[in-house]
Structures are given as C-alpha cells and as structure tokens.
Design a protein around this ligand. Structure first.
Ligand SMILES: Cc1cc2nc3c(=O)[nH]c(=O)nc-3n(C[C@H](O)[C@H](O)[C@H](O)COP(=O)(O)OP(=O)(O)OC[C@H]3O[C@@H](n4cnc5c(N)ncnc54)[C@H](O)[C@@H]3O)c2cc1C
Length: 434
C-alpha cells in the first residue's frame, strides 16, 4: 500500500457487519477499502485449525433462518451439519430432552412431566406452544411492534409460570443472552426464538469462521486489507497504525463497541456480557447425542460434543467437547468446570485434554428492554458506525446493521453528487435486525 490511498469508502473492521457493509458498497460500484486489524476476518466469528481439530473462538451455533444469512450466505457451500432441535436440560441427575414444541410437542410434555408438578404442566405447555406458534408464524414486523419489555415479563405475560421459566427456559436463555435475569429485550427474544423455530442450529465443516471467510471471498480483489489496524479517524479518512493514510468520502466504523468508541468518542458506552469457551479433546465419545446440553443447576452454560454434530471438528476416533461458562473464567473456574463436565457427561474427564480456552470479554452487547432493534448509523457527515451493538447481539444484527450503514452511505453520496433539486431519498429498506 502506498503512503496515501484514495477510495470512495473505508470500512473499519472485517467482522460480519463490516463484511456486509463492504459487500453492499462494492455491489453499488464504489471503490471500497475494508481494513481489519487482525490477521483474519470474522471478528468474534473466527476459527483455528489445530492438530486436526476445528476450534471456534467461542462456542457458537450458526442459525440458518436469519434473514440476512439467507440473503447473503451460500449455505450449501458451508457443508452444514445440524444440532438436534431443542436441547437437553441437566437437572440434578436427570437429563430432560426439550424438543421444539412446534415440532415434537410429545417429547416436551414428557420432559416437563419429569420437572414440574402435575398442576403446572398443561397450562405452561399450552402457553409455551402458543408463544412458539405465534413467534414462528406471524410476520416478523408484528413481533417488533408495540412497547418493549423484558424477556421475563414477556414470558410471564404469555402465561408461563416463573417456576417453569426458571427450571426450563432460563438456563438455556442464559447461554444465548449471557445474562441470567432475562432482562434482555423481549422483541429481541421473540426474533431469536422465531429463528430457532424456523431454522436449524448448525456447524459448518470448516468451523464458524468459514461464514465470514465466504463473505470475504466474494469481495472484489484488493478490497480487504488484513493486519491493517486503524489508529484514528482524520478529517478526510483514516490513519493506520504505522502511519499510512487512506482518504475516503465515507468512513464506516464496524468494530466492536469499545474499539468504536476509541475511534468515535461521541458514542455512548455500551455494557457488554462476557463468556469463556473451553474446548476439550476426549479419547472416547462421552455422549452419543448431537444435542446442546444445558447446565440447569451448575456453573456452566451450554456444552456439546461438537464432533458428534460436525465430525470434521475432530480427528477420527476422538471427540471434541466445547463448553461455555459465564464471564471471564479463571483457572479455578476452569477446574470446577471440568469437574462439572464429569457429572454432566457421567464419565471421568481425567483423560480429557484441555486444548483451547477463549475468553471473550465483549462477547455480546447487552440488549436490555426497551431496546431499539436497529439504530441509525450516520454520526456526522461522512462518518458512520455499525455492528451488533447498533442492532441486536447476533449475527443477524451485525449483518443488518452493516447493510443499513451501506444504505445510508449510498444515500448520502448520491445526494452529494446530485443537485439539491434532483436529490432523492431512497425508500426505507428492510431494517430487520433480530
Ligand atoms: C462466544 C460467542 C458466541 C456467540 N454465539 C452466537 C450465536 O450462537 N448466534 C449469534 O447470532 N451470535 C452469536 N454471537 C454473537 C456474534 O458473533 C456477534 O454478534 C457478531 O459476530 C458481531 O459482529 P460485528 O461485525 O458486529 O463485530 P466483531 O465480530 O467484533 O468485528 C469487529 C472487527 O473489527 C476489528 N477491529 C477492531 N478494532 C479495529 C481497528 N482499530 N482497526 C481495524 N479493525 C478493527 C476486529 O478485529 C474485528 O474483526 C456469539 C459471540 C460470541 C463471542
């Protein structure tokens, strides 16, 4: 790269939001530079390959029903393998299979029968089935309408008892939202629940990082620069660590929330939730199922024998077990986690090898109610911000926010090139962010 480069638009950060934004700007004919500080694309969605294992940087599942995913991703090329629908809840000594209530209501009934007193069952089950049916079938725009509330309030309002929520749903949702109280926006919950009911949770053959790599491969040659950290925004573009300058009419900051604030100090702080993922190699498959195992009454969130789901994740004959814990776990917590894994899988974990630990302090931006599902991206003339922290804490939210930034850039640049009398504002496009 020469000392100074001139392009139409610079996008800072090649996570899902930056990739979507850059793709849409390129598709509109702009000359774009996508600058990524690290050596690989994907941000929080990255994977390593080591000794025959695929190690995602956090235990993450890929949801095929997200509208932005369906629009942008060649799902067949990812060679996806699905988790079993629903999840298995570990409650004391019991392992209760909680099937998707819209697909296998009988299984759910059986599991819940083991959990709760008889008096609760029919009402809670009917309420959960009604909520699920509505979330799955009504148009998404209806789920976004009306006043927001917390997920807990919404579940209560739908007729679910707190006991049922705490025993059955909260342990699973804690692993999704990374907060145990269910303070997360109900609008976001309904959209996530809908996506889970309508799609499949999957793992790509080459790891979760294959998704952003596919998007990066679709960019025109020369658009993406890796190892190109942006140090600051300048009057007419950005300055990179190392002294290079890029001039651009539009700069889109598509980093995580803290890095975005470092570049754009006017942004408000965004509270975030942390998660730790630990990957273990096990000499024998400890559990035959392709399911998410949810820790109903212990220190873990979710765990799964991910090589049962996607055999490419481990060498033949051994298993890869991936487990998430809340927060940034220290050594003591990891040791406790290993003891708990022995309980959950009902096997000794002494021969298991801990092969990677990923601590992600800014795993998800908090989305407490009331939460706007999509925020404008234009901060000042020529300056834009996008990312999951501007929409919803999900792959869908990141992609939708990147798409929105691209629309706003294109609108502004076309307006700037058109005489005021002829300027047109494009019709608002879909801002689905959940
Ligand atoms: C463990 C874990 C599990 C998750 N599970 C799920 C799940 O199951 N389903 C789901 O929908 N979502 C999940 N998520 C959330 C999802 O991964 C994120 O919402 C999404 O990937 C965020 O994308 P982003 O582009 O907004 O930000 P990021 O992925 O954070 O990308 C920002 C990029 O900007 C780069 N950058 C930062 N500063 C600079 C700079 N100064 N110059 C240049 N580049 C810079 C970073 O290196 C990074 O590549 C999970 C997240 C984690 C951590």
């Amino acid at each position: 790269m020469s000392r100074t480069v001139r392009v139409d638009a610079v996008v800072v950060g090649a996570g899902m939001a930056g990739l979507a934004c850059a793709a849409d700007l390129c598709a509109a004919g702009l000359e774009v530079m996508l600058l990524e500080a690290s050596r690989q694309v994907g941000g929080r969605m990255a994977s390593d390959r080591r000794d025959g294992y695929v190690l995602d940087h956090g235990f993450q599942v890929f949801n095929t029903a997200y509208p932005q995913v369906r629009r942008r991703v060649d799902l067949a090329a990812l060679r996806l393998r699905p988790f079993d629908p629903g999840y298995v809840l570990a409650d004391g000594d019991r392992r209760l299979a909680l099937a998707d209530p819209t697909r296998r209501p009988g299984d759910l009934l059986g599991a819940v029968a083991g959990l709760l007193g008889d008096g609760q069952r029919p009402r809670d089950l009917a309420a959960l089935a009604a909520l699920s049916g509505r979330d799955m079938l009504v148009p998404a725009r209806l789920l976004k309408r009306g006043p927001d509330m917390t997920t807990r309030q919404a579940l209560r309002g739908a007729g679910l008892d707190d006991d049922f929520v705490d025993a059955v749903l909260a342990p699973f949702l804690h692993g999704v939202f990374l907060e145990p109280r269910l303070d997360t926006s109900a609008r976001f919950f309904h959209l996530v629940w809908r996506s889970m009911l309508r799609g499949s949770l999957c793992l790509p053959e080459r790891g979760i990082g294959a998704v952003p790599r596919q998007l990066a491969d679709g960019l025109p040659l020369g658009t993406l620069r890796l190892g190109a950290g942006v140090e600051r925004l300048t009057d007419d573009g950005v300055a990179l660590t190392g002294g290079l300058a890029v001039h651009a009419r539009a700069v889109v900051v598509a980093t995580g929330p803290t890095a975005a604030r470092a570049l754009l100090p006017a942004l408000p702080p965004v509270p975030t939730h942390a998660v730790t993922t630990v990957h273990h190699a096990a000499p024998e498959v400890p559990w035959p199922r392709k399911a998410l195992l949810v820790d109903g009454d212990g220190p873990l969130l979710h765990t799964s024998v991910v090589s049962n789901v996607q055999p490419a994740y481990a060498p033949r004959g051994v298993a890869l077990v991936s487990t998430s814990l809340p927060g940034v776990a220290d050594e003591e917590q990891l040791t406790a986690a290993e003891a708990r894994l022995a309980d959950l899988y009902r096997t000794s974990t002494r021969a298991w090898e801990r092969i990677a630990v990923h601590r992600v302090a800014e795993a998800l931006p908090a989305s407490p109610a009331p939460w706007p599902l999509s925020r404008g991206t234009r901060l000042a003339p020529g300056r834009y911000v996008c990312g999951d922290h501007r929409a919803t804490a999900s792959v869908q939210g990141a992609l939708a926010s990147g798409a929105r930034a691209a629309r706003e850039v294109l609108r502004d640049l076309s307006t700037a090139q058109t005489s005021p009398r002829k300027a047109r504002t494009p019709a608002p496009a879909d801002t689905a962010a959940g």
